[in-house]
Design a protein around this ligand. Structure first.
Ligand code: FE2
Ligand code: FE2
Length: 270
């Protein structure tokens, strides 16, 4: 190859490198943009698969509704029609999972109280039958590997905490939800001395706050050497539980309670 050819080659190479770098950078930029993009609004014509691809925590949302993950091209409207779910309630809950607070109220949500309670009951089962054993199993594995007082302390803290969660869930399942059902099912006007939504509002506590203390025990105060994988899975599970409990409380306080209060007013005026 002559000097001109060499010159040409050395000229082309940096250009190729530059081109390749710019492709890589733009690909990376696109991926970053995808990760930082908003999670999207639930609307009647939105495809559920698109929403799920932007926010994988919606897997849990779907599970709480008993919806299979084989979503195909179904839109929010089609899924709700297929599954007999109140669309306004589905949209309001889905938007909470995407970080969007309830907007101007769709009047048809008033008939969605049953849908909301069904969703909440299903979440309760998830906390009892899925999350609790999962977290206890991680603690048991940690204890097997370390046999330390610190792990026993974590376990005791979690057991005590979960006992409070169970009391909270029991109260809702045995007292509050049956009362909400009765508001829909009976035509009788309520007496003012009756159990009411305001009792529920007063009784309702943030069950997820103590979970933060448990995470902090591990993140700030207790040091268990090694076992990063188990510790990551344990913490991941706690973060997951905390996230779902937060959304759960918001559904109860921002969506369900205002609806029940509205139903009460209607009944008292009958
Ligand atoms: Fe609940
Ligand atoms: Fe609650």
């Amino acid at each position: 190859m002559d000097r001109v050819g060499q010159k040409d080659f050395s000229f082309i190479q940096p250009k190729w490198i530059k081109l390749s770098t710019s492709i890589k950078l733009s690909t990376f930029a696109n991926k970053t943009t995808m990760l930082t993009l908003g999670k999207g609004h639930f609307r009647p014509n939105t495809k559920l698969l698109d929403l799920l691809n932007r926010n994988f925590t919606l897997l849990l949302f779907l599970e709480h509704f008993g919806i299979d993950f084989h979503l195909g091209n179904l839109t929010v409207r089609q899924i709700c029609q297929e599954q007999g779910i109140n669309q306004a309630a589905f949209i309001a809950i889905g938007n909470l999972y995407n970080g969007i607070l309830p907007e101007a109220e769709d009047p048809s949500i008033i008939s969605g109280v049953e849908t909301i309670i069904r969703f909440l009951r299903s979440s309760h089962l998830f906390y009892r039958n899925d999350k609790y054993p999962e977290i206890m199993e991680y603690l048991a594995t940690l204890y097997e590997h370390h046999n330390s007082k610190d792990v026993i302390l974590l376990e005791q803290f979690f057991k005590d905490y979960f006992q409070e969660v169970l009391e909270h869930l029991d109260y809702e399942e045995k007292v509050a939800f049956p009362y909400f059902h009765s508001l829909i099912e009976t035509d009788e006007a309520l007496s003012k001395e009756h159990y009411s939504a305001s009792d529920y509002r007063e009784h309702h506590t943030d069950i997820e706050t103590k979970l933060e203390d448990l995470k902090n025990l591990m993140l700030k105060h207790i040091k268990i050497e090694g076992d990063l994988t188990i510790k990551r899975k344990f913490l991941n599970s706690l973060f997951g539980l905390e996230f779902d409990l937060k959304i759960h409380s918001m559904i109860e306080e921002l969506i369900l309670l205002p609806l029940v209060e509205k139903l009460e007013k209607q009944k008292l005026n009958e």
